[in-house]
Design a binder for this molecule. Structure first.
Ligand code: NAD
Length: 489
């Protein structure tokens, strides 16, 4: 039997099983460019089997109605995952290039807290709400509502924080009583199948309730978005893919829940006394997941009067976070996920120079590293908000600095984006910061460095950053339908 770290099988109908014809594809370590093993390469027939299993489990087992079983199973799953934190960490380092530091927080350790959170929430949830008696069109009636699971959920996820996103989708869906087909990103198969391995070996989750698919083919997920047996698509990924999924889902009017891209702004108001905290937050954000995070603030808005001072402080901080081996406990900045992503980042930096921006630091591959998809932390100055690097998601360790005139101008620039995911405001005065934050149209905001992330905090986007909320109670309600009842009273 293969171990959790090298799980090269799919999870379909409760069984860890090879892809059709034993098909596999290479899994590559982005820090070394070495093939580290193989993953199952699912075919259309494998996807078909997964959908059929999820549909059957929803329609024919008692999963959707047996709250006790669901809560107990999620607690078993949690215990199983806690036994494998070290392996999950090594997988994340090997296949994402995640830093060991990030694994002790958002990549591995923090997401495991979603399991007890949703087990407890499902247990205490008000599944039935009494609406009382009323004189209705048909006479006096007693009315109430009941929450029911949506049904079969297709969860399609990206590679940047896979354990976090996989769990943020499957756990509330399972707690709600849905059955799930999880389709992992091609670059991060083992992170997903490690969950499958633990489910198969450590839990009583019935066959078909959760199915996990990996494939080298980016578009095998399309089969999930057009199948009438799927009741809901829960997607995290880029905005262009989100648009395609929404269009595909319209065929069957399938419910969509979308967590998409971002280009969030860090607004620094002119009364900030110490720019050190701002610079540290900006440099840390640029290093986090090598800048490959949807919610990171990738535009910094500095008051024109303090622009040069801000640029100097941030560049100094960035110099302190050079790219390095992600498995080293002291490393903050690891590699990009693959060569294509590095090409994309290089293209964006070139476009910024063409449009008149200036590289303050970085802007190139580290000369000392001969292997791995590394890129230096990069600060671009003299950027205006109409430039490509200010409007599009780069998904690399690149921060763009834009000057503004007054608070209203900062708000205008922050909102001048198709995205609306997150952001920061820094000020010596919390109330002033909050007044600015309230005018910025995003799903989450940090005031003076406050951290909003947590199992109980809803996360999601305005505008083209998505539809719906993940995590928190809102991230549970996404997987429920409301049914209203009445009987004569
Ligand atoms: P992507 O959109 O390329 O792929 C995401 C997933 O969709 C992958 O599993 C992929 O195989 C699948 N896919 C691709 N085309 C498909 C199609 N036509 N039909 C169905 N599935 C399809 O995104 P990515 O490059 O893996 O991830 C990076 C993106 O994810 C960034 O834009 C980032 O902002 C976004 N993201 C958003 C959040 C959030 O919560 N808002 C979190 C993390 C990442």
């Amino acid at each position: 039997m293969t171990g959790i770290a090298h799980e090269a099988r799919l999870l379909i109908d409760g069984v860890l099983t090879e892809a059709e014809g034993g098909a596999t594809y290479d899994n590559v370590n982005p820090a070394t460019e070495q093939v580290i093993g193989v993953a199952a390469d699912a075919s259309a027939n494998d996807v078909e089997a997964a959908i059929a299993a999820a549909r059957r489990a929803f329609d024919e087992s008692d999963w959707s109605t047996n709250l006790e079983l669901r809560v107990a199973s999620i607690r078993q799953f949690h215990a199983g995952l806690l036994d494998h934190v070290d392996e999950l960490t090594e997988i994340s380092i090997a296949e994402i290039g995640a830093t060991r530091m990030a694994c002790s927080s958002i990549q591995v350790v923090e997401p495991l807290k979603f399991l007890p959170y949703y087990a407890n929430l499902a247990e205490s949830y008000e599944w039935r709400t009494n609406l009382g008696d009323a004189d209705t069109l048909g006479g006096p009636a007693t009315r109430w509502t009941e929450a029911e699971p949506v049904g079969v959920v297709a969860a399609i996820t990206p590679w940047n924080v896979p354990t976090q996103i996989n769990l943020a989708k499957i756990i509330p869906a399972l707690a709600a009583g849905c059955t799930v087909i999880l389709k992992a990103a091609p670059d991060t198969p083992w992170s997903a199948l490690a969950l499958g391995h633990v489910i198969a070996e450590h839990t009583d989750i019935p066959p078909g309730v959760i199915n996990i698919i990996t494939s080298s083919d980016n578009t095998i997920g399309e089969l999930l978005t057009t199948d009438p047996r799927v009741d809901m698509i829960s997607f995290t990924g880029s905005t262009p893919t989100g648009r395609r999924i929404m269009a595909a889902a319209s065929e069957n009017v399938t419910k969509v829940f979308l967590e998409l891209g971002g280009k969030s702004a860090m607004v620094v108001l002119d009364d900030v006394e110490d720019l050190g905290m701002v610079a540290a937050t900006a440099a840390f954000g640029t290093a986090t997941v090598c800048g490959q995070g949807c919610a990171l603030s990738t535009r910094i808005l500095l008051p024109r009067s303090r622009y040069d001072e801000g640029i100097e402080a941030i560049a100094a901080m960035m110099a302190a976070t050079p790219p390095a081996d992600p498995s080293d406990p002291g490393t903050m900045l690891g590699p990009l996920i693959n060569a294509a992503q590095r090409d994309k980042v290089e293209g964006y930096v070139r476009s910024a120079l063409d449009e008149g921006a200036r590289v303050v630091c970085g802007g190139k591959r580290p000369e000392s590293m001969t292997a791995g998809y590394f890129y230096e932390p990069t600060l671009l100055a003299d950027v205006t908000n109409d430039m490509k690097v200010a409007q599009e998601e780069i998904f690399g360790p690149v921060l763009v600095a834009i000057a503004y005139d007054d608070d209203d101008d900062a708000v205008r620039i922050a909102n001048d984006s198709i995205f609306g995911l997150s952001g920061h405001v820094f000020s010596a005065d919390d109330d002033r910061a909050l007044a600015v934050a309230r005018k910025i149209r995003t799903g989450t905001m940090s005031i003076n460095g406050g951290v909003w992330y947590g199992a109980d905090v809803p996360f999601g986007g305005y505008k083209q950053s998505g539809i719906g909320r993940e995590m928190g109670q809102a991230g549970f309600d996404e997987y429920l339908e409301t049914k209203a009842y009445a009987k004569p009273s």
